[in-house]
Design a binder for this molecule. Structure first.
Ligand code: MG
Length: 381
């Protein structure tokens, strides 16, 4: 049984609608339709072969951006339902939130941002929005997926002022303050819960982290010790899973309880009052926030800067930079469709954007294959 939505939840009747008006869906609400459009998109399918920390071919056991997005959706739905918020909107934002990521995770993003610096830079939140607003070519009547304002607002987690100015209503909160919907706020934190915990899990499995190292992190130690107290003879492998499971549970519970109190205190009468609030109403407790900060610092030092990850990042950086330079230097190297758009675009900045879109859309393995086709003499096709 679902409880009725809270008065400050997003719903069809308070939606700011779609850019191109369409008749309402028959069996779904507007945000279910958004979720379905994202799931049917080409960019969503490509998430299967894109990674965050580990390169896709390192092993089949690691998270990809696809499984990450599904984990975010599942955590976000739990939180939304517990707070009587719109579960469908949270899910739509979650499945779309990583669509604009480059191949090779953060390393790819940094490299493409550097390449695009003379033309305004590259930022993955903005690129996710560009995918759903412009790049998907599926509908006869419009470019993109024509998603609702609320889903697009949720995708745009961050935005520099210069870009916000050209985004109209969607960019306004980055210029004059204000918040997105509660569903966007909670999905943003569900993303954080998902990646902090699965990076521990993947890091342990890859042998990049050890449990002994992780015991330096108070939040991990607390949950690990409580699992051992309950199950003294548990195997090492199950201990790691149980610890991560317990950490996720504690973070979700903390987020729901803290947010519930904040919502009770602020008592926003409508979604508009939520948007006007000076700070987000969805939040972790101070204690949880500082525990997570320690965990993130640990992961930064011990996982993201691990030499094996750094070697992968260096290769990724080279692949992205060299592909970009090759295509900018000679757009005739681009495949037919992209080539005519790039050459037809006229100005250098517009050509750079077409090339950035092409590279950002690549999966890890496609980027590696494309690099081989262009730079390795032995690779002929
Ligand atoms: Mg994410």
């Amino acid at each position: 049984m679902h409880a009725p939505l809270a008065p400050y939840a997003a719903c069809d009747s308070n939606s700011r609608g779609r850019q191109y008006p369409e008749p309402p869906p028959t069996y779904r609400n507007e945000h279910q339709r958004d979720r379905d459009r994202v799931i049917h998109s080409a960019a969503f399918r490509r998430l299967e072969y894109k990674t965050q920390v580990f390169v896709n071919h390192e092993g089949d056991m690691f998270r990809t951006r696809l499984t990450h997005s599904i984990e975010v959706a599942q955590i976000a739905r739990t939180i939304a339902r517990a707070l009587q918020l719109n579960e469908d909107l949270a899910e739509a934002i979650a499945v779309a939130h990583d669509l604009g990521h480059t191949p090779f995770g953060h390393a790819g993003q940094r490299a493409l941002n550097d390449c695009m610096r003379p033309y305004g830079g590259f930022e993955h939140n903005l690129q996710s929005l560009r995918v759903v607003d412009v790049l998907e070519e599926k509908y006869a009547e419009f470019d993109g997926l024509n998603l609702t304002f609320e889903t697009r607002e949720g995708i745009l987690k961050r935005c520099p002022r210069g870009k916000a100015e050209i985004l109209g209503e969607l960019g306004r909160r980055f210029l004059s303050g204000g918040q997105p919907t509660l569903e966007a706020q909670l999905t943003n934190l569900a993303d954080e819960i998902a990646y902090n915990n699965h990076d521990i899990d993947d890091g342990l499995r890859a042998g990049l982290l050890t449990r002994e190292q992780l015991l330096q992190v108070p939040i991990f130690r607390q949950h690990c010790e409580s699992v051992v107290a309950r199950h003294p003879s548990v195997s090492q492998r199950r201990l790691a899973y149980e610890t991560v499971r317990s950490m996720i549970g504690a973070q979700v519970t903390d987020l729901v309880e803290t947010s519930r109190e904040r919502l009770l205190a602020a008592a926003p009468a409508s979604i508009e009052r939520v948007r006007e609030n000076a700070s987000p109403l969805i939040a972790f407790s101070d204690a949880m926030r500082s525990g997570l900060k320690e965990l993130k610092e640990f992961l930064m030092t011990n996982l993201y800067r691990h030499y094996r990850v750094m070697r992968m990042s260096t290769k990724a950086d080279r692949v992205v930079r060299e592909l970009f330079a090759a295509f900018m230097g000679d757009p005739r190297l681009l495949p037919a469709g992209t080539q005519s758009t790039a050459i037809g675009s006229g100005e250098e900045a517009a050509r750079a954007q077409v090339i950035a879109d092409y590279i950002a859309g690549m999966t890890d393995r496609y980027a590696i294959a494309e690099y081989g086709r262009i730079f390795t003499p032995g690779v002929l096709t």
